[in-house]
Design a protein around this ligand. Structure first.
Ligand code: GDP
Length: 307
């Protein structure tokens, strides 16, 4: 399956639900009598409801609907206008500037259960496919099972894993991994961090310590901090995300389990509310089920023309 087909497949539930309502609305708005005449209150309200149902969120929905209203008199179809306004929201946050320092240090943060371990494994595989050889660092020293799981993924992807004994200091493991990354001339050191500690303060302090260690060892590190969010959690995930973004210096989002929800519009809410770019999306449990995010392809997959 090609990447676009994978994305379409992953977003099928969301697209189907959108299409059920949206296609009727578009048919009415783009008919010979109404096309290009502006958006009436009824259409605006229906559009709002459709977007909210897809979990696009209130604020992003309002921005999209008012954008559509403002530009609806120029003869473009409602379908195209909605797509353009969604793209505008998704493309607003900018991705971190690519750095050519080696190794790149990439931290992966997020709450347990979101698919963090799986994502690190898939990401290692993805980076390798892009021609950048990673090394995985298991810094979640509190979950031995998660580290074993990570080892399985590392073996599958054919990359090295640096791990510590259970209960040892995560920052020390990160130091070891960055050193190994340098010595072995790896392109990326991919750090899986703890998703939960005894207290929130401990967790945040630990992340801070890990950041400091990497910054001392490699110029500009960490170069990317990816927050893993579970698409099926919906708007609740956003509150959780804000806590991380405030302290961990998150630069981008990995949105997992898009295939498991009809509310895949959450990507738009995330871009709008957190002002962070979506970098990758998870569309299944397999190693190849992580896709680099393309806003254009996402919007196309969301509003597939009825066949
Ligand atoms: P962690 O606790 O955050 O490290 O979560 P895991 O990586 O162990 O994943 C939790 C569950 O989510 C596992 O059963 C994974 O297979 C599943 N999972 C992760 N990403 C995806 C995804 O993109 N799609 C689907 N359907 N399942 C996923």
């Amino acid at each position: 399956m090609g990447l676009l087909d994978k994305l379409r497949h992953g977003l099928a539930r969301t697209a189907q639900q959108l299409a059920n309502r949206f296609d009727d609305l578009v048919k009415r708005a783009d008919g010979p009598e109404t096309r290009g005449r502006g958006v009436d209150a009824e259409t605006a309200e229906a559009l709002e409801e459709i977007l909210i149902t897809a979990d696009v969120g209130v604020a992003a929905t309002q921005q999209i609907v008012s954008g559509v209203k403002a530009r609806a008199r120029h003869g473009e179809s409602l379908r195209e206008l909605v797509k353009q306004e969604i793209l505008r929201v998704l493309d607003a946050p900018s991705a971190p500037v690519a750095s050519h320092v080696r190794p790149q240090v990439m931290l992966v943060v997020g709450v347990n259960g979101t698919g963090k371990t799986t994502t690190v494994g898939k990401l290692a595989n993805q980076l390798k496919r892009e021609g950048r050889v990673p090394l995985i660092c298991a810094a979640d020293t509190f979950r031995a099972a998660a580290v074993d799981q990570l080892q399985v993924w590392a073996d599958r992807a054919g990359v090295d894993l640096v791990r510590a004994r259970e209960g040892s200091d995560p920052a020390a493991v990160v130091y070891d991994a960055v050193s190994a990354g340098k010595a072995r001339q790896r392109d990326v050191v991919l750090v899986d961090t703890a998703g939960r500690l005894h207290t929130r303060t401990n967790l945040m302090n630990e992340l801070e310590k890990i950041r400091r260690i990497t910054a001392r060892e490699v110029a500009g590190a960490p170069h990317e901090v990816l927050l893993v969010l579970d698409a099926t959690v919906g708007q609740n995930g956003l509150a959780q995300a804000r806590e991380f973004t405030n302290v961990a210096g998150v630069t981008g989002i990995v949105l997992t389990k898009l295939d498991g929800t009809a509310k895949g519009g959450i990507a738009v809410a995330i871009a709008h509310d957190l002002k962070l770019p979506i970098r990758y999306v998870g569309v299944g449990e397999g190693i190849d089920d992580l896709l680099p995010f393309s806003s254009r392809e996402y919007v196309e997959a969301l509003f597939q023309e009825p066949r």
